[in-house]
Design a protein around this ligand. Structure first.
Ligand code: DSN
Length: 417
C-alpha cells in the first residue's frame, strides 16, 4: 500500500502550500533577499537526510550511521571552499543569524566591543543592534553612511575603530546598494588588531560569480546565508582563514548548535555545484545589469535612489519626493502583483514601521529569465502605482499585465503543471 500524500494527510497545509506556489508564480517578487531555489535544490532539501542526527563533523561524530552524511557534508564543504576560494568552510549554521552568533562566540566574551553598520544605515540586526543579542551581550559601536552620498563613511569607520579598538569589525549590509571596499576595511581592522568579518548574505551569489568583489583573503572570516543571490536552501555558512578553522567549527558545534540539518547541507552542495557553472555566472551578471536597468527606469520617473543608484542586486528608493510613504506604496504595489518591502532610508525622518522608502532587488526576476526590457516595464508599473497609490482600478489592471508577463517567464523550482 502506498503512503498517503500531503494532500491526503493534511489537506489544509497542502492547500496553503499550493496557494503560495501560485502566488510565487503569478507575482513579481522584488524582495531583495528572496529568490527561487531550483527543483534540484528543493529535492535535496526535502530528502530523507532530514531523518538523521549527526552531531560533530565528518569522521568525528557522536552517533553511528554516518557514512552517507559524512560524504554529503564533505562535498558541501569542499564545493563551497572551492567556489569562494576559502581555506575553510563550515556549512552547518542553521541560517545567517546563527552563523553570525557563532562568529561572536568564536572571538568574543560578553561585554567585549564589536563594530558594525547601523541598521538604519543598511546594516543587519546581528551586527550589534540594540534589540539583538549582539547589541545586548556585547558593547556595540555602530558606524553609518555619509549624508551627502549615502556611502559607508570609511573615515568614520577608521575614527571609531581607533577610538574603541573593537575585537570584531563587521562589514556587510541588508539595504545598501554599493560595492563594499574590503581593502579599506581590512586595513583599518589590521591597524586596530580587530578580526574583520564580512557578512555577504545578500551578495554571496554575486561574489561567487565574480559580479561583486570578494572579501575572501581580506576578511579573516566571511559569513552568509545560502538562499539569497546564491539560490540555495534556507541556511547559513561561515568561511574563514585556516588559522581560525578550529575556533569557528567549535563555536558552531558544540558551542551554539546541536545536530546539523543534513538535508539543508545536501541542498547547499547542490547549490554550490549550480553556482560553479557558466550559466550561474551569466545569471549573477544579469542580476546586476537588471538592477541597473530597473534603477534607471525608476529614476527616469522621478523616484529618488539612495546612494544614487546601484552596483548590486539591490535598490533602495526614497519616496519622499513623491509624497508617498513606503508602507502604503508597498501595499499598493502588492495589489498590483509587485512584491517589495517598505524600508527605512538613511537619515529617515519617519519611523521604521512607517518609513520613507521601499527596497527592491532583482535576484528572483532574473531567475525567471527576465532582462533589461522587462525591468523597464516593471519600473514603469512601479512608478504608475506610486503615482496612483489609491487608484485600486489601476492596481487591478497592472496586476493582470503582471500575471501575463509572469506567464511568459515561468519561475524555476515551482513544479507547476
Ligand atoms: N531578512 C533579510 C533581508 O531581508 O535582508 C536579512 O536577514
Amino acid at each position: 500500500m502506498s503512503e498517503p500524500t500531503l494532500a491526503q494527510v493534511d489537506p489544509e497545509i497542502h492547500a496553503l502550500i499550493e496557494q503560495e506556489r501560485h502566488r510565487q508564480s503569478d507575482a513579481l517578487r522584488l524582495i531583495a533577499s528572496e529568490n527561487y531555489a531550483s527543483r534540484a535544490v528543493q529535492e535535496a532539501s526535502g530528502s530523507c537526510l532530514n531523518n538523521k542526527y549527526s552531531e560533530g563533523y565528518a569522521e568525528k561524530r557522536y552517533y553511528q550511521g554516518q557514512a552517507v552524511i559524512d560524504a554529503v557534508e564533505t562535498l558541501a564543504r569542499t564545493r563551497i571552499e572551492r567556489l569562494f576560494g576559502a581555506d575553510h568552510a563550515n556549512v552547518q549554521p542553521y541560517s545567517g543569524s546563527p552563523a553570525n552568533l557563532a562568529v561572536y562566540l568564536a572571538f568574543m566574551k560578553p561585554g567585549d566591543k564589536t563594530m558594525g553598520l547601523g541598521l538604519a544605515a543598511g546594516g543587519h540586526l546581528t551586527h550589534g543592534h540594540g534589540v539583538s543579542i549582539t547589541g545586548k551581550y556585547f558593547e556595540a559601536i555602530q558606524y553609518g553612511v555619509r549624508e551627502s552620498d549615502h556611502r559607508i563613511d570609511m573615515d568614520e569607520v577608521a575614527r571609531l575603530a581607533r577610538e574603541h579598538r573593537p575585537k570584531l569589525i563587521w562589514c556587510g549590509t541588508t539595504a545598501y546598494s554599493r560595492v563594499i571596499d574590503y581593502d579599506a576595511f581590512a586595513e583599518i581592522a589590521r591597524e586596530v588588531g580587530a578580526v574583520l568579518v564580512a557578512d555577504i548574505a545578500h551578495i554571496s551569489g554575486l561574489v561567487a560569480a565574480g559580479a561583486h568583489p570578494s572579501p575572501v583573503g581580506k576578511a579573516e572570516v566571511v559569513s552568509s546565508t545560502t538562499h539569497k543571490t546564491l539560490r540555495g536552501p534556507r541556511g547559513g555558512m561561515i568561511l574563514c582563514d585556516a588559522a581560525h578553522a578550529k575556533k569557528i567549527d567549535r563555536a558552531v558545534f558544540p558551542g551554539l548548535q546541536g545536530g546539523p540539518h543534513n538535508s539543508q547541507i545536501a541542498a547547499l552542495a547542490v547549490a554550490a555545484h549550480e553556482a560553479s557553472t557558466d550559466a550561474f555566472r551569466a545569471y549573477a551578471k544579469q542580476v546586476v545589469d537588471n538592477a541597473r536597468a530597473l534603477a534607471e527606469g525608476l529614476a527616469s520617473r522621478g523616484i529618488a535612489l539612495v546612494a544614487g543608484g546601484t552596483d548590486t542586486h539591490l535598490i533602495l528608493a526614497d519616496l519622499t519626493p513623491k509624497d508617498v510613504p513606503g508602507k502604503p506604496a508597498a501595499v499598493a504595489l502588492e495589489r498590483a502583483g509587485i512584491v517589495v518591502n517598505y524600508n527605512s532610508v538613511p537619515f529617515d525622518k519617519r519611523k521604521p514601521f512607517d518609513p520613507s522608502g521601499i527596497r527592491l532587488g532583482t535576484p528572483a526576476l532574473t531567475s525567471r529569465g527576465m532582462k533589461e526590457d522587462e525591468m523597464r516595464r516593471v519600473a514603469g508599473w512601479i512608478a504608475d502605482v506610486i503615482e496612483g497609490v489609491e487608484d485600486e482600478a489601476l492596481h487591478a489592471r497592472i496586476a493582470g499585465e503582471v500575471k501575463d508577463l509572469c506567464a511568459s517567464f515561468p519561475a524555476p523550482g515551482l513544479l507547476l503543471d
